[in-house]
Design a protein around this ligand. Structure first.
Ligand SMILES: [Zn+2]
Length: 290
């Protein structure tokens, strides 16, 4: 009797141990990107940095185009797998086969999260269609430059972080460079802002908000609610701002501060880094004589 009981107990223990090991092994085998997708929020710093890297966004857009699939889903798969940082990736490794298997495993485990994130990338990339400075023959040097200054410190108006990209004028002076809308949309804010100077903010059809600051002048007196087409002239690059007094110029070098904001579950306006998106748009300039 006693022997039978202990055998049954042993069998039970072995079974329990087996179940436990299976669960643990299953957990260990899971790729971390499932956790990444599960923990996904747009407020996450890595997501906001939008680190597409050299040529990868171009490769993802081409892949989507050639295969008739959503660029948002392509970005979502590769960005999530790389924990939102593709700067170490090579464009030639952005292949359909790789994307297809990433998407399959991600949508199998986290369909809701995958769809949500893909929609966000899709919106930004369908909203932004051209570079904010047009191509044109000009009397000046036509030089401008910009770098990735996301998160750099700014001191005017208290300590804060840079939430945009500065396109710096290369010695042409205020009022030289035309600034055009990167998207279709509707004017949501216009006029003087202490930090932004003469600024204009446009809400694109996909929900992305594009912000242009420190203008020298506007093309015309814009009204809130006015409809804007991508490539339409907004005004000219300048150095207005950093003052409560409207029209103040000269407090810093001439440049366009360009910002991209998303509407999320928790924020009305959440800034993301425009740098790599601008790099992507650079060969999508509209023509404008200046
Ligand atoms: Zn700036």
């Amino acid at each position: 009797m006693g022997k039978k009981h202990s055998l049954a107990a042993l069998g039970g223990s072995v079974l329990l141990l087996g179940i436990l090991l299976t669960v643990m092994l299953h957990h260990l085998l899971e790729n971390p990107f499932y956790d990444q997708l599960g923990a996904y929020t747009m407020e996450e710093e890595g997501f906001r940095a939008m680190a597409f890297g050299e040529g990868n966004l171009e490769a993802m857009a081409a892949l989507a185009e050639e295969n008739g699939v959503s660029v948002g889903e392509v970005c979502c798969a590769f960005m999530t797998e790389a924990e939102y940082d593709l700067t170490g990736e090579k464009p030639e490794r952005i292949t359909f086969h790789r994307w297809d298997s990433l998407k399959k495993s991600m949508t199998e485990r986290k369909p809701v999260e995958f769809a949500k994130l893909a929609k966000v990338y899709e919106a930004i990339l369908s909203d932004a269609v051209c570079f904010p400075i047009p191509a044109g023959d000009s009397g000046g040097s036509g030089n401008y430059g910009y770098g990735d200054s996301w998160g750099a410190e700014r001191t005017y108006g208290g300590e804060r972080r840079h939430e945009g990209t500065d396109l710096m004028d290369g010695g042409n002076g205020r009022g030289f460079f035309p600034v055009v809308s990167v998207s279709d949309g509707v004017v949501e804010h216009v006029g003087w802002l202490e930090l932004g100077g003469w600024r204009i903010g446009i809400r694109a059809p996909g929900g992305t908000y594009f912000y242009y600051a420190h203008l020298d002048s506007y093309d015309h007196e814009f009204a809130v609610g006015e409809e804007i087409r991508a490539g339409e002239l907004l005004g000219f690059m300048g150095d207005s701002g950093y003052s409560k007094v409207p029209g103040t110029v000269g407090n810093f070098a001439v440049h366009l501060h360009f910002g991209i904001y998303l509407r999320t579950d928790h924020y009305e306006e959440l800034a993301v880094d425009p740098y790599w998106i601008l790099r992507f748009l650079e060969d999508k300039k509209v023509k404008y004589a200046y």
